[in-house]
Design a protein around this ligand. Structure first.
Ligand SMILES: O=C(O)CCC(=O)C(=O)O
Ligand SMILES: [Fe+2]
Length: 425
């Protein structure tokens, strides 16, 4: 990130400040297609798509050198089952049954990849049917479970990824996934975890995406307030069940071809259908541009838990603590962990901005992380803004912070000091 981009981005968030916490997106008529990697910089992506929070598709030229596009695919563009079996046959993978709805997703089981590929081959032979149903290998943590070095490389546009930076730092998990499934497998209507962004590349095959800008999904709620499981279902046309459906604009439709890469913005609800036997790789990611929507989402999640168990509020002395425990179980994160997430990213940015680091490196690049001082300063200012709101939040004030290695107020002070120190750079 250069200085001009940082100033531009900070002005963007300054203008939004009064209008947050909703992620504001213009609704495009179509999705831009980016043809040429040589003519499309990080800055182009940052200003044109990431900040305005609108999707785009990158051509197959952007993923031409990926190992998986060579080794995982046969010359006629189909999944190379033999290669996958040889390389990953014993790895245990999660598999969802697309035909069975459990709340708003599909029940998952675990099996060796070998068994899934056996199923897939039989499914094709039986003309895309099986008594086992339509099974979709989803959310396989390839990088966590085995080495993925030769499989793909992270496109620079998606490199500011605090979610995976955080999980890598504490060595617990990641948000890097492989999906594979026959024609007809699909992912139900959803927005991504914590209002994260996603990027998704088809190693082979094709996907059809239906995309709704943030807020449009409200018109798809049924008379009980629930979002649909399948937004293509004819039941949505029943006005008694879906009274607001007529107000819903038509979704953006994207057909993503083999090798192409889709950027899914923050808070956009989507549904995805595999039009052919398809393998894809995707990451979920959060950074300074969608941190405020993430924080807003977490407040909504806690509020939903509080509503759910409000009748026990007076009877339970540690009711607020229980709300945090339930929130962690349902959403995967609570306020304490959100603070730890901010702290780990903030401390890394403060190091980059420390005196000496930015003066010693050329063009502002901090050699250890590859992050520029400008990027670090931008990240720090985004964290500081959310941290101010977190510290002032009454539910966070009830969290026991006495065992925290760094008090939130002190972290904020350090961030502000570091931001001031590099302000003139
Ligand atoms: O490819 C799929 O089935 C789902 C992918 C998805 O939801 C995403 O990348 O956010
Ligand atoms: Fe998604």
């Amino acid at each position: 990130m250069d200085k001009e981009t940082r100033v531009f981005a900070e002005k963007h968030f300054q203008d939004l400040r009064d209008r947050l916490p909703v992620a504001v997106s213009r609704t495009p008529d179509c999705v831009d297609f980016i043809e040429n990697p040589d003519a499309f910089s990080y800055k182009d992506f940052f200003k044109g798509y990431l900040l305005p929070n609108v999707p785009c598709v990158f051509s197959r030229a952007f993923t031409e050198d990926w190992g998986s596009r060579k080794c995982w695919v046969t010359p006629d563009g189909k999944p190379d089952f033999d290669y996958l079996l040889q390389t990953y046959g014993d790895v245990v993978v999660p598999v969802a049954n697309c035909g069975v709805q459990e709340y708003n997703s599909n029940p998952k089981e675990h099996m060796p990849l070998r068994d899934y590929i056996k199923y897939w081959k039989e499914y094709i032979q039986a003309d895309y049917s099986s008594p086992k149903g339509c099974l979709y290998l989803k959310d396989w943590h390839l990088c966590r479970d085995s080495s993925a070095e030769d499989v793909y490389s992270l496109p620079v546009y998606f490199s500011s990824d605090w979610l995976n930076e955080y999980w890598d730092a504490i060595n617990v998990d990641d948000y890097r996934f492989v999906y594979m499934g026959p024609r007809g497998t699909w992912s139900p209507f959803h927005a991504d975890i914590f209002r994260s962004y996603s990027w998704s590349v088809n190693v082979c095959g094709r996907k059809k995406w239906f995309l709704f800008p943030p807020g449009q999904e409200e018109a798809l709620r049924d008379c009980h307030g629930s979002l649909p499981y399948d937004m293509t279902s004819p039941a949505l046309l029943d006005v008694r069940l879906h009274p607001a459906h007529a107000r819903c604009s038509t979704p953006l439709e994207v057909t993503q071809e083999a090798g192409e890469m889709l950027f899914v913005p923050s808070g956009w609800h989507h549904q995805v259908h595999n039009l052919e036997d398809t393998i894809s790789i995707n990451h979920n990611w959060v950074n300074g541009c969608n941190l405020a929507p993430m924080w807003h989402f977490l407040q909504q999640e806690l509020h939903a838990v509080q509503q759910e168990i409000r009748e026990w509020r007076d009877a339970m002395p540690d009711w607020h603590h229980h709300c945090q425990v339930i929130m962690k179980a349902c959403s995967g994160i609570n306020y304490e962990e959100f603070y730890q997430f901010l702290k780990i990213i903030a401390e890394r940015r403060i190091l980059i901005m420390a005196p000496g680091v930015h003066t010693e490196t050329t063009a502002g690049d901090a050699a250890s992380t590859g992050l520029s001082t400008q990027q670090a300063a931008f990240d720090a200012s985004r964290i500081a803004e959310v941290l101010v709101s977190l510290i002032a939040n009454p539910d966070f004030q009830r969290v026991d912070t006495s065992t925290f290695s760094l008090q939130p107020e002190e972290l904020l002070r350090q961030l502000e000091e570091a931001i001031t120190a590099v302000a003139s750079l």
